[in-house]
Write a protein of this length. Structure first.
Length: 366
């Protein structure tokens, strides 16, 4: 009728009668009167900080373990951050818990998920704990990026570079990351027909930067892809209205028109275009051969014109020289002597003087 109940130092005894918890026995030997054998003793170890028991709800409601344990009864909008012996242990979701504190240094923080974002000085340790991924979404924003957080369809926050955590069960959460760095779109292989029915292949480079992140994610599902389509359509509009010769001569003007046409649409998407340029203009094979022949003919004509112009200038100079010599006999004689001097310097010169020959002329000259 009298039972001896022994509890070890690392144990606690949960004493039940008729299914109700009536006492929590401390370490030692206890004597209990049980004439009808209605007592039930469950020995539990305090070495495991988290109490696991089939009657946990009954134990929590009884309030008999509060001296040796921390009792948690979390509702749907609460979470518990639990540190064990100076290290973060886990996040406790809604429910009832008993955490033994007799053999452990336990610290508990109760937080509300009504504030969807968890701001904590020890966020890094919390985010790395086991099971945290199922209860919160951790977002890392790289430098030169921003993250737009939408809660239940409405913008909740715009996050700069850093690490952030949001509760998963606190509403419908959507996160959009936006790159704010300068980017380049390469619109390649665009086959477009000109106004004079010549099909060209063009490669275009467009440099841009997202300056309004909210517009870039709300106006379209993919702002960069939308800009790509805008550049395609603008390029077809410009090329289709010009002849081939005008396109080949004014590529800078073409790039300027492309920039003007795409700038307004890009602003609607939250994008600012820095520059737009035509990288390549590729002609069809037969057109390329024809252009080469035309260029060759033009160059040949230019070369012939230059030759004729030089010949004309030379003849004009000779005519002017002849007129000067004709009007000045003395210059004519000096010219003859220069010719004789040049001939004598390169070969033997024999001078045959006839009657009234060169000697008379030289004397007269002197």
């Amino acid at each position: 009728m009298i039972r001896s109940l022994k509890i070890l130092p690392h144990e606690r005894g949960l004493l039940f009668r008729d299914g109700d918890l009536i006492a929590v026995l401390q370490p030692g030997t206890h004597w209990k009167l049980d004439p009808l054998f209605k007592l039930r003793l469950d020995r539990v170890s305090t070495r495991n900080a988290w109490l696991e028991h089939r009657d946990l709800d009954l134990i929590v409601r009884s309030g008999l373990v509060k001296e040796d344990a921390i009792v948690l009864d979390l509702n749907d909008a609460e979470r518990a951050l639990v540190w064990m012996n100076g290290r973060f242990d886990r996040i406790a979701k809604p429910g009832r818990y008993v955490i033994w504190k007799v053999d452990h240094d336990v610290r508990v923080e109760i937080v509300s998920t009504r504030e969807i974002q968890l701001v904590h000085r020890e966020l890094a340790a919390i985010a790395k704990s086991a099971g945290s991924a199922a209860l919160m979404e951790v977002i890392t924003v790289d430098p030169a990026h921003v993250a737009l957080v939408f809660r239940d369809g409405a913008l909740h926050a715009t996050l700069q570079a850093g690490t952030y955590a949001f509760w998963r069960d606190a509403g419908q959460l959507r996160v959009s990351k936006v790159d704010l760095r300068e980017q380049v779109i390469d619109v390649s292989g665009q086959e477009i027909m000109t106004a004079d029915k010549v099909t060209l292949r063009l490669n275009v480079l467009v440099t841009f930067r997202i300056t309004d992140p909210l517009r870039s994610v709300t106006e379209t599902d993919n702002a960069v892809q939308a800009l790509y389509r805008t550049v395609q359509l603008a390029l077809r509009e410009i090329i289709g209205a010009k002849d081939l010769d005008a396109l080949l001569v004014s590529r800078e003007q073409l790039a300027k028109e492309l920039h003007e046409l795409t700038r307004e649409r890009a602003a609607v998407l939250g994008i600012t275009i820095a520059s737009a340029g035509i990288r390549d203009v590729i002609l069809p094979g037969e057109m390329k051969d024809l252009m080469n022949r035309v260029t060759e003919a033009k160059k040949a004509a230019e070369a012939s014109l230059i030759t004729r112009r030089e010949e004309t200038a030379a003849m004009r100079m000779q005519a002017n020289t002849a007129k000067i010599l004709e009007s000045s006999p003395t210059l004519m004689k000096l010219r003859e002597l220069e010719v004789l001097e040049k001939v004598a310097a390169k070969a033997n010169l024999t001078v045959v003087l006839g009657e009234g020959g060169l000697s008379d002329r030289v004397v007269k000259l002197l």
